[in-house]
Design a protein around this ligand. Sequence first.
Ligand code: HEM
Ligand code: SF4
Ligand code: SF4
Length: 646
Amino acid sequence: MPRSLLGSLQKSGKAIFELLRGFLDHGFGQELNPLNHLGALTIYFFWIVTISGIWLFLFFKTSVSGAYESVEYLTHEQWYLGGVMRSLHRYASDAAIITLALHMIREFVYDRYRGNRWFSWVTGIPLLWMVIPLGITGYWLVWDQLAWYVALTSAELLDWLPIFSDSMARNFLNAGALSNRFFTLMAFIHLIGLPLFLVFGIWLHVLRINGPRINPPRALMAGSLAAMIVLSFAWPALSQGEVDMTQVPQSLGLDWYYLLVYPLIKTWSPAWVWGLLSGITLFLLVAPWLPPQRSKPVAVVDLDNCNGCARCADDCPFGAIIMMDRSDGMAYEKEAVVDPSLCLSCGMCVGSCPTATPFRRHSALTPGIDMPDLSAATLREKILKVSKKLIGNRRILVFGCEGRNQAANLKSRLNDKETATVDIICMAQLPPAFIDFVLSRDLADAVVMTGCSGGECRYRFGEQWTGLRIERQRDPRLRKRVDTDRIALAWQEPWSGLSDIPAVVAALRDSQRSGHTAEQGVDEELTLPPVRGNRWGLPLTVTAYALFMIFVGWLSVWPRYQLIEQGQAMVSLSFSHAGQLIRECRRLTQEELNKLPPNMRKADDCPRERLPVRIAFSSDGTTLYEPAGHPPGCGMMVSPMFISAW
Ligand code: HEM
Ligand code: SF4
Ligand code: SF4
């Protein structure tokens, strides 16, 4: 994909995403904004699906005659529990698709899928191939008209693959062909096989992430569950009539979240649909390298200064630091080792290293771990350089994240001699000792630290680690002698475009002018992320949930899919077509048999061929349908062929 196209796609996607984020922030607040917990919400919806599924399974009968009946019993007789569980099962599955799609889009638009992040992206794709069939097999089990359509169409799709010797679709053309074993198999795939793969897949997906957020905040869990329950009562999930294999339903309520491509199987052909699905999968698989991300130099450990404290390993958001046994004979037990294939060059490890202190006088500033692109020594130089230019007694030094060009943006807005800006890789790259250094050496009167808030930190934990270190709750802590009234943490929502920073700087400056001291109390607004709760919070949250419920419920059956137009009929024809011997059968020798895979060992070799088949369907002397085709298979005695005219 050309870089410019990728850039504009990401830019416009980001703009839409941030608009939505802005709206949701006003309702939920930053902490609870669902857009910051999309992966975790997807897992949570799967929990709801699992628990409700267990209830359904207790009453489900895995037989042709029992399946529909047992689901109907749950829906109508036991509506207050079984019916609700069924609806929860369906709607939570649909909701999971929405959060999953948004999760993917979010990682794409914020460019968190390339470079060393490719692993999470690539391992996400097989999850799609597990989740969608999970939903499809679920619809199959209900064995209503929709299930029949799903079974028949899936079978047509699968029949196109050269893996089955017999046509699957034939099993769904008349009731006699369907066996109870089929339901047992489906139940196994839906209840055990695919879920097991999914759990393994999710584990693999987050394997490289340090402290993955797999649970959303409790309030969000409660709200999402409540929304699903309300929807289940307001719009219970229903079956779509008992299967009658002699009649094709005119229209069906398709669950578009799972069955989006099904109409295409008829309109195009199974081959084209396989082509489309494979193309999309392949494109997604190679997307992290289209184009490859320019790699930045990774963190470098300096063993002479590393005491093996493991703080960097604890703080690295990507698990790129491993603590290994000491290799240099020094009196410490462990040493930090960076895995270059995992490091994202965020610099957070430098912020966590106790040896990254700018106060060193007698030795060079070489911490235990450092960033080649912006070393601790360079950072100190930069600070000293810009602070020299500050004039007045309300001098403020603003630290910004380079990813958002904060320094450049702010300079144009704060064009005065009392403010200086320094860009760093991520706010958590700045060790608290540097703040102490700036204030105790009188390089500035106050410090503003700004970065992206609400889970939008490019490197995941920037906001948290910085906040905790400054609040003296996480090592390395800000020294007690530092007056926190002289520090403002001004986290910005990406959509706000830094609009609050000048105000924060002005307020901090005013507080310095008025001789604000620690005893006079800290201005909460300056030291905490902006609180988004307001009187519109609840109505906006309720509106957001209502819209979500409508969206989930609506696309789960609407718009209806018209299988056949008014006045049209469908004829399905299925027959077996025997292959003809090309030459005499020949008995294989033991040696020849041994060379064959065990499942293909047959005593006789009887090569066969099948002639193309022509079918003509006419009514009142008019030929309505006359396809010709080559039967699938490769020389089996009986070759089935499935043709349907809609
Ligand atoms: C069942 C489906 C999925 C679930 C439950 C899931 C869940 C998660 C979770 C919990 C995280 C960690 C988030 C964090 O702690 O910051 C994550 C990260 C990630 N996911 Fe997924 N995910 C799913 C599917 C996908 C798919 C289909 C893709 C894209 C093809 C994807 C791409 C990513 C990426 C790139 C990250 C890493 C983000 C980072 O490095 O900051 N995920 N996912
Ligand atoms: S730079 Fe970031 S990703 Fe790399 S080792 Fe340090 S904390 Fe981990
Ligand atoms: S934080 Fe610094 S001293 Fe501690 S293990 Fe990491 S590199 Fe070594």
